[in-house]
Design a protein around this ligand. Structure first.
Ligand code: AMP
Length: 287
């Protein structure tokens, strides 16, 4: 496994693989890798001849009051994890390798970015779309792997490659959870022991909501109401949003008459955590 810091080195390595006719998979991350990231690497390794992982805390997707400065980093740990899971190349650029002086081009999206995290984090998805487009242009992978944990991001990336004719297949992968249900996240490291316990309200709310949908509830307000009630009973939790949206448009819906995403963001103390479920993943086909 090779670690590289420059765009040139990535391009040279991938070009060599291409000359050999090899299929390239790509897993973009912000590092501090855990089993959620590892599941994406495993999937890529199983479906491609070579796997590139990027490890870049992208300043452009953080708002001015967000956690860019404190975001956890550990390159040695990340490199060991990528290697152990069979990744071939770890791209770990410095910010000025990705954004040279005078950088002034952005990829922006309307509609799908209006709700959920797009509403609470106004600059976030512009940063995500811009960096992912750059990474796709640098790596030029056949397949790219994204977690359903960041469900709105996955929908936006799918839409973006379609809108902009970027020749890459986007693969969505299941949420990997701790044994007690908490979705794995690099940000879980911010939680105190009491907050770590309180954070279980997110996955518990996912269970409450998905059980109701499975049992046949079709009114979004009823599902969301029950989920919110559970979260609000936890004193350390403060809801940013709990919403039901159409998977195609990421716009709110009131009746579950089409494939939907039920997504939430909740502050546990100062830490903002997300979780969700897709109705398509829990209902039998045809519903
Ligand atoms: P991040 O490093 O948080 O930007 O995440 C990089 C990629 O890993 C994204 O596609 C995430 O959706 C995915 N990911 C993060 N946590 C998980 C998880 N618990 N399960 C599955 N995928 C995840």
């Amino acid at each position: 496994m090779k670690i590289v810091k420059t765009v040139k080195e990535v391009r040279e390595q991938v070009a060599q693989w291409r000359r050999q006719g090899l299929r390239v998979g790509f897993v973009p991350t912000m590092g501090y890798l855990h089993e959620g990231h590892a599941s994406l690497i495993d999937r890529s390794v199983s479906e491609n001849d070579r796997t590139v992982v990027s490890d870049f805390v992208n300043p452009m997707q953080f708002g001015p009051t967000e956690d860019l400065q404190t975001y956890p980093r550990d390159l040695a740990h990340d490199a060991a994890l990528v290697e152990a899971h069979g990744g071939d190349l770890l791209f770990n650029p410095e910010p000025d390798e990705m954004y040279h002086e005078g950088f002034s081009s952005y990829v922006d999206m309307s509609v799908l970015t209006e709700e959920l995290c797009g509403l609470s984090r106004p600059v976030h998805f512009r940063g995500v779309c811009t960096v992912v487009t750059k990474l796709f242009n640098i790596v030029q992978p056949d397949n790219a792997y994204f977690g359903k944990k960041d469900a709105q991001q996955l929908a936006i990336i799918r839409h973006m490659v379609d809108d902009l004719n970027i020749p890459v297949q986007i693969v969505g992968c299941p949420i990997i959870r701790e044994a007690d249900g908490l979705a794995k996240s690099s940000r879980n490291t911010y939680l105190s022991p009491a907050e770590r316990t309180a954070a279980l309200v997110l996955s518990q709310a996912v269970k409450i909501g998905s059980d109701m949908v499975r049992a046949g509830t079709v009114e979004a307000a009823a599902v969301i109401g029950a989920m919110k009630e559970h979260i609000e009973a936890e004193p350390l939790a403060k809801i940013d949003y709990v919403k039901m949206v159409d998977v195609a448009t990421m716009q709110q819906i009131t009746v579950l008459d089409r494939p939907a995403l039920c997504a939430m963001a909740v502050y546990i103390g100062k830490t903002r955590l997300i979780d969700n479920f897709f109705t398509q993943d829990i209902l039998p086909e045809g519903n």
